[in-house]
Design a protein around this ligand. Structure first.
Ligand code: FAD
Length: 489
């Protein structure tokens, strides 16, 4: 039995829903970003299709022992492998922080229950998430997005796909003169061209004795909006070093590193002091003859990492140059003969399928212009990106960005004018999370998350080889666990 107040609440609720706009949205990628984007878009009443090139959800967390045929990952025609996971990888953030805000990453019996679990546990968590929210039904697997472009036709013919560069000029003019005060009014739609790998589908059909025909299926579909969640840990960025063209040793990017064994008895230089560079150097110590770890900034007096492994691991400033006789010369004046250079130097953004007539560009490893790292002002809100910032706690950020996109597309929330968006301000980490949360009426990030993140960053730097198993933030852990368990029940 409803009382008057309940009835009023229901009426307000349904009224709110009635004014919401529902869009047909394509999400590209079913990794951690694409999955939560799909959930938030669907929750907000949008019609969602997720295109995923692979056969499973999880993206970069799906370990693949295969490596690319170009170990540096420079050849655009190489056979590409999406995942950059190495076999031994354990998370570099505690599970309490890593999970989505409303779907805690809790230990499950019979699985890896550690605070910093291995990669398989994260892949299982993402699979659980997809099943819990019925997202698998939305995903078109083995389907690669080959082209995303602006569509202004009224039919489904290829001729309707806009290829006219004057369109960009028009948008720029309109944007600059601020004609698009309400940016949501500009109905830019998108054509998404996909290629479905029939072989994978046919394999399943074979079992049912259907006739087999292995032609890929190419399809164009028109969408009101496209959310790009294709990840940015697959396109290696490689250090440029004078003399490399004639240096006779081997080179590899960490994207193609899986296990230490191939480096047995080798002299290895590892470039880059990010989490992968540190993990891989520590792993190589057990098999390699020498490991030379080098980075831009290196303060021996402050770092405990170096003295602990003295003799096995040597730390240097960056490589100055390499020579034809196989020698590597470091900026600190030391030189040695080296067998392998391992570039742990990060990744580049890459959107090979995206055609925005130059409105969105990728330059110097930055994507822009973007309002709050999500919307290109001239194409907002119909085009958006989830997960671009690097120095963040990824899953909660993906969730908040996705909520924001979903609200903007449904018109429950609005964007500033194009002009104001163009004056996009860069802000990072939790301030940015809280800004996103405020946009869609979500709670700000809990204070224990901020404190735990700071502790995690600090101990990872101080104790890179033990921080995953030894910690002392017990108070924070208690607070986090009681919060997350309450959330679960
Ligand atoms: P991805 O996981 O890369 O997913 C993108 C998906 O898009 C993939 O499934 C891909 O197949 C698909 N795709 C790409 N292009 C197309 C296309 N054209 N058509 C169709 N589908 C396409 N984060 C943490 O929180 N904790 C950690 O400990 C941690 N450790 C990491 C260690 C390593 C070595 C790396 C590389 C990353 C680590 N990260 C960590 C960051 C991690 O990348 C993010 O947590 C997150 O998983 C990224 O999700 P994503 O969905 O943005 O991208």
């Amino acid at each position: 039995n409803l009382n008057g107040e309940d009835e009023l609440q229901m009426a307000i609720g349904s009224d709110k829903n009635a004014t919401k706009q529902s869009c047909k949205v394509a999400v590209i990628g079913a990794g951690a970003a694409g999955l939560v984007a799909a959930r938030e878009l669907q929750r907000e009443g949008h019609e969602v299709v997720v295109y995923e090139e692979g056969e499973k959800v999880g993206g970069v967390w799906l370990y693949n022992s295969d490596v690319e045929d170009d170990p540096l990952g420079l050849d655009p025609n190489r056979c590409s492998v999406h995942s950059s996971m190495y076999a031994s990888l354990r998370t570099n953030l505690p599970r309490e922080l890593m999970g989505y805000l409303d779907y805690p990453f809790l230990p499950r019996e019979g699985r890896d229950v550690r605070r910093f679990p291995r990669h398989e546990e994260v892949a299982s968590y993402l699979q659980d998430f997809a099943e819990e929210f019925n997202l698998l039904l939305l995903v078109k697997f083995c389907t690669k997005v080959e082209y995303v472009g602006i569509y202004r036709g009224d039919g489904n013919t290829e001729a309707d796909i806009v290829n006219d560069s004057s369109f960009k000029q028009q948008l720029l003019r309109e944007g600059c003169e601020d004609l698009r005060e309400d940016s949501a009014n500009l109905e830019t739609r998108w054509v998404v061209r996909t290629r479905e790998r029939r072989q994978a589908v046919e394999k399943e059909r074979d079992v049912l004795n259907f006739a087999t025909g292995c032609e890929d299926q190419v399809t164009d579909v028109i969408f009101d909006a496209v959310v790009i969640c294709n990840g940015h840990y697959s396109q290696p960025r490689v250090a440029w070093i004078p003399g490399l063209e004639k240096w006779p040793g081997k080179q590899m990017h960490s994207h193609n590193y899986r296990i230490a064994e191939p480096f047995r008895d080798k002299v290895v230089v590892v470039i880059g002091n990010g989490p992968s560079g540190i993990d891989i150097s520590l792993e190589l110590i057990s098999v390699a003859k020498e490991v030379h770890f080098c980075a831009k900034k290196w303060d021996l007096s402050k770092d405990l990492f170096w003295p602990l492994h003295e003799g096995k691991l040597q730390c240097h400033l960056l490589v100055e140059l390499v020579t034809e006789d196989g020698t590597v010369h470091f900026q600190d004046g030391i030189s040695c003969h080296v067998d392998v250079i391992l570039h742990c130097t990060g990744y580049l953004y890459s959107f090979p399928f995206l055609d925005t007539h130059g409105i969105v560009t990728v330059e110097n490893s930055a994507v822009g212009p973007l309002f709050e790292h999500v919307f290109p002002p001239l194409l907002a809100p119909s085009l958006s990106f989830v997960g671009l910032p690097f120095k963040v706690v990824p899953f909660p950020l993906f969730e908040l960005q996705s909520k924001w996109i979903a609200c903007i597309l449904s018109k429950s929330s609005s964007l500033p004018s194009t002009k104001d968006m163009m004056a996009d301000v860069q802000s990072f980490e939790f301030e940015y999370d809280n800004w996103l949360a405020a946009q869609c009426g979500s709670e700000p990030i809990e204070s224990w998350r901020i404190k735990m993140y700071k502790v995690a960053q600090k101990i990872r730097k101080l104790y890179p080889d033990s921080y995953r198993d030894i910690w002392d933030d017990y108070d924070l852990l208690d607070e986090a666990q009681s919060y997350l368990l309450k959330l679960k029940t």
